[in-house]
Design a protein around this ligand. Structure first.
Ligand SMILES: Cc1cc2nc3c(=O)[nH]c(=O)nc-3n(C[C@H](O)[C@H](O)[C@H](O)COP(=O)(O)OP(=O)(O)OC[C@H]3O[C@@H](n4cnc5c(N)ncnc54)[C@H](O)[C@@H]3O)c2cc1C
Length: 498
């Protein structure tokens, strides 16, 4: 049985005996979890450290699309699109409970646009080859309106339907964490890397600190990967205080509204917003997810707030297409994610910065991987583990993840009572989250094992005590700790509500 307490015992034993890991991965988002799974699939002894909860960072705040990136196609970035389309196909095969095909409609207001989108998306189909999800087609006006009954009709000429896929990002992170354990690896949340152990300037181990007990440990490892997303520069500074930052983060805001604003099984792609981007309106877990923005920022808080104008922009743009238009009063949750974009030659506009990933090795041997997309987590992981294996002569075994089924099973909701009329949340899934999925806090249960906070923040607050009771009973946290967790969650609910 998966248990954090059991993992901590193993860490203590490893620290006491001076055991040497093949690899320690710092960061439990898509990139770190993917890398650890890849290493374990080659038989390496691997440990992953996450300072907060798995997917607490960017990896729970995506638009949740496994996609080649229609936008990158328009930019002519065919290699990125082809790689992502291949990985989209693998995600569908390897985690079928969590990744599902999704049709998208692009509305066309001029005949020329319809032809233009159709040609572009036929190219997308061609690039996907055998791993295509479904064929791009032109759709007549009446069919578009039948598919999306709330779409504004004025001037509409029809549209184009194409296919991508959708997944639950935080749940996919949990699936990777479970897969890692099945392969004999280990991941621990609330365990921050705080420094490095070095010999002759080379990293030989990692210092870590448990957020609950405050205990410090030192573990030895042949190789260390820094996969901490927008926080990679902080970890690189633990290695060398004078190192230059490589990131230029940008934030993206999503709002969630009721399904009645968008009663459709297919998503909408608004191909060109005022600021020259795209906007998605996506059916997600019984609600409607709308986003996103692209706003450069200098800092990297764990709970970034929407900046003035961002929510307005998302609602205004959606309102140009939907009737009735969703307003601030209709928003049940707002969540904000930070893109770990790698700086390129002095560019100030983040939307022109490449979404491709970067891997770099510092003089100490620390390997940093950041950038990329959720969709390409697996190929990024394969590449970085190939590199680390070569650098440290760890193994010549190739990655075993291309066709590996992930531990993507979901808790049974059908046969259990719902805790709220507004949420698909059951006591059973809360219990599974705490007993089997390493949820340690009210927030872990309500934000990432279930997605309650992201779907309807106030309804999540109304269910908070159920999670608190299960956590206290199973993990034995003190009353003070439970009070702290509830207050922290109330603060988050405030932030996620408009
Ligand atoms: C608004 C938005 C929408 C997006 N939509 C999509 C999409 O639809 N499809 C798609 O494919 N991609 C999408 N992406 C991109 C994708 O979400 C990211 O590329 C991906 O989640 C990055 O994962 P990561 O593991 O590198 O970073 P993170 O998920 O941020 O993980 C880094 C982890 O490191 C941990 N950490 C930090 N410091 C330490 C330390 N000292 N010790 C231990 N742990 C530490 C953090 O707590 C964090 O959990 C989107 C991104 C954004 C911002």
């Amino acid at each position: 049985m998966l248990s954090r307490a059991g993992n901590i015992e193993q860490i203590k034993a490893a620290a006491a005996s001076g055991q040497v890991f093949d690899l320690i991965v710092i960061g439990g988002g898509a990139t770190g979890l993917g890398s650890a799974v890849d290493a374990a699939s080659r038989g390496l002894k691997v440990l992953l450290l996450e300072s907060h909860d798995f997917a607490k960072g960017t990896s729970s705040r995506a638009t949740k699309l496994a996609h080649g990136g229609v936008r990158y196609l328009a930019q002519g970035n065919f290699s990125l699109v082809t790689e992502a389309l291949e990985e989209r196909g693998r995600m569908l095969k390897n985690a079928p409970n969590l990744v599902k095909p999704l049709a998208f409609i692009i509305p066309a207001y001029r005949w020329f646009d319809k032809l233009f989108y159709w040609i572009g998306l036929k190219t997308y189909d061609l690039l996907a080859g055998k791993l295509g999800v479904g064929p791009t087609t032109m759709v007549k006006l009446d069919q578009v309106l039948k598919t999306i009954p709330t779409l504004r009709q004025k001037g509409l000429r029809g549209g184009v339907r194409y296919f991508d896929a959708q997944f639950d990002d935080a749940r996919l992170a949990v699936a990777l964490m479970k897969t890692l354990h099945k392969l004999g690896g280990m991941a621990v949340n609330y365990m921050a890397a705080t420094g490095f152990v070095k010999q002759n300037g080379q990293i030989t181990g990692v210092q870590l600190k448990c957020k609950f007990s405050g205990e410090n440990f030192e573990l030895k490892s042949k190789a260390v990967i820094n996969a901490t997303g927008v926080w990679v520069d902080e970890v690189r500074r633990m290695d060398d205080a004078n190192t230059q930052s490589i990131l230029s983060p940008s934030q993206g805001v999503h709002v969630v509204v009721d399904r009645s604003f968008y009663p459709s099984e297919e998503a909408l792609l608004v191909p060109k917003t005022e600021d020259g981007r795209v906007l998605f309106v996506v059916p997600w877990l019984g609600k409607t997810l709308i986003g996103t923005t692209d706003t450069a920022r200098q800092d990297s808080p764990y709970e970034p707030e929407a900046l003035p104008g961002e929510v307005d922009f998302v609602l205004r743009t959606a309102g140009q297409y939907l009737n009735p238009p969703p307003t601030a009063r209709d928003v049940s949750s707002v969540f904000v994610g930070l893109r770990p974009l790698v700086k390129q030659g002095g560019s100030t506009s983040t939307k022109s910065i490449s979404r491709e990933h970067t891997i770099l090795t510092d003089d100490s041997g620390l390997v940093t991987i950041t950038g990329g997309k959720w969709t390409t987590y697996r190929s990024m992981a394969e590449e970085v583990i190939d590199l680390v294996c070569r650098q440290h002569r760890l193994t010549s075994r190739p990655s075993g993840t291309r066709d590996m089924r992930l531990a993507d099973e979901l808790p049974d909701r059908v046969n259990h009572l719902k805790l709220s009329s507004k949420l698909d949340l059951t006591l059973n899934e809360i219990q599974i989250a705490v007993r089997e999925e390493m949820a340690m806090t009210v927030e872990d249960v309500m934000a990432r094992r279930s997605r309650a906070l992201f779907l309807d923040s106030k309804a999540a607050l109304a269910c908070m005590q159920y999670a608190a009771d299960v956590i206290k009973a199973h993990l034995g946290h003190t009353d003070e700790e439970m009070e702290r967790q509830k207050q922290e969650f109330e603060r988050l609910v405030e932030q996620y509500s408009l």
